[in-house]
Ligand binder design. Structure first.
Ligand code: ATP
Ligand code: MG
Length: 243
């Protein structure tokens, strides 16, 4: 018998009016696996992450986590079950400090009690290189700081599966390298990762499996080099460039 996947999405569809943002997506991730998702703008990548994290409901299809059906579970319940999520556009509470932002995630999101949440935040801020700016207001951070805080807030809930949406976008090469080191550490510690990123050479430093989406479907899934040279993937990107 095949081992139970950590996360399994089956025949997931999401309609926005006439648009099928997700048009029958199947996806299974093993415990501790690191998977990258690529695809042209509008392919449905963020929508898929939203459905997995519980911030939007699928029109049909199912999502299971550790064998439990979570299709209708709220995002807060999923966070407590172990799904952490970093958004494409960082959304810190600007008026709160870096530490306070993290603390809210750990306590409200992760369901940790005060002392445990405090300790988790110290750990996570060190891990994300934010300990020096823990007392700064979140709205005074630059892009790299905001990306790190987004990662820290996702980690504060103590996830076994981390969903990352373009956390490297807009960073310099050196900043992206530092992020890769950080995410590789998390992966080595056993956290499963689903990472959407347009910068494939950054992604493949962490993931050994790549999924390409186009027009709401998975069009390729496998070893990164094979996926990037797949004719359907090349066509999807050329189609976007031509448009
Ligand atoms: N809340 C919404 N209401 C209506 N349409 C939406 C909504 N969210 C996404 N869409 C549409 O669904 C499609 C998929 O969007 P999605 O954000 O998932 O793409 P993406 O692959 O993440 O793109 P990008 O690489 O630009 O981030 C797009 O056509 C988008 O305009
Ligand atoms: Mg997106």
């Amino acid at each position: 018998m095949a081992p139970q996947p950590l996360l399994a999405a089956v025949e997931v569809r999401r309609q926005f009016g006439a648009l099928a943002a997700l048009d029958g997506v199947d996806l299974a991730i093993g415990p501790g696996e690191a998977v990258g998702i690529v695809g042209p703008n509008g392919a449905g990548k963020t929508t898929l992450l939203n459905v997995l994290a519980g911030t939007i409901a699928p029109s049909s299809g199912t999502v299971a986590f550790r064998g439990t059906d979570i299709t209708r579970a709220a995002a807060s319940r999923r966070a407590r079950l172990g799904i952490g999520r970093a958004h494409q556009v960082p959304r810190p509470f600007g008026g709160m400090t870096v530490f306070e932002n993290c603390f809210v995630s750990a306590s409200t999101g992760g369901g940790l009690r005060r002392r445990a949440a405090y300790e988790r935040c110290l750990e996570v801020l060190t891990l994300c290189d934010l300990d020096d700016v823990a007392d700064r207001r979140a709205d005074t951070l630059g892009l790299l700081g905001r990306k790190r805080l987004e990662l820290a807030r996702a980690l504060a809930t103590n996830p076994v599966l981390l969903l990352l949406d373009e956390i490297g976008a807009g960073l310099t090469d050196a900043e992206a390298e530092a992020l890769v080191v950080m995410i590789n550490e998390l992966h080595s510690a056993g956290i499963a990762i689903i990472w959407i990123e347009h910068i494939v050479h950054v992604l493949v430093q962490v993931v050994s499996r790549l999924i390409c989406m186009d027009a709401g479907r998975v069009i390729a899934d496998g070893e990164p080099r094979a996926v990037m040279s797949d004719a359907r993937v090349v066509d999807a990107y050329l189609g976007t460039a031509a448009a």
